[in-house]
Design a protein around this ligand. Structure first.
Ligand code: DAT
Ligand code: MG
Length: 133
């Protein structure tokens, strides 16, 4: 089934010049980028986006990181793209991320893990609305 997902290239991805690399993987897979925007997040939108983590001890570090530079948000479309993008990203814990995944190939720290992707159809809808209105 064709779906849309919200993908966000995080500040470390932009700072390290890896945007092209990651976008190239998305394109080569066969997914379509149907909306895109470079943006700088503020504290409230980060709190909304990471509401499920706000009580975690690592939240302040995560917030600082997400404030540290612009991000590149995209709506990506394709067959089963939500699960497909999660698979291409690799797991949250970069130490478990296999080579060949984006996090497995380019990240060595759980905080600085390059990319966000919606984790379910419900989340995708909410996140696309949040960042593209
Ligand atoms: P994902 O980004 O894989 O969907 P998530 O939604 O659980 O993972 O967490 C959002 C971000 O928060 C994640 O990309 C990095 C950070 N994070 C999650 N768990 C963490 C942990 N145990 N220590 C440090 N940062 C963490
Ligand atoms: Mg998540």
């Amino acid at each position: 089934m064709s779906q849309q997902t919200y993908i966000m290239l995080k500040p470390d991805c932009l700072k390290r010049g890896l945007m092209g690399e990651v976008i190239s993987r998305i394109e080569k897979k066969g997914y379509r980028i149907v909306q895109a925007q470079l943006m700088t997040l503020d504290t409230p939108i980060i709190a909304e986006h990471y509401a499920h983590l706000i009580d975690k001890p690592f939240y302040p570090k995560l917030e600082q990181f997400m404030l540290s530079g612009p991000v590149f948000g995209m709506v990506v479309e394709g067959e089963e793209v939500i699960q497909g993008m999660r698979a291409m990203m690799g797991p949250t814990n970069v130490f478990e991320a296999a080579p060949g995944t984006i996090r497995g190939d380019y990240a060595t720290d759980v905080t600085y893990n390059l990319i966000h992707g919606s984790d379910s159809p419900e989340t995708a809808k909410v996140e696309i609305n949040r960042f593209f209105n």
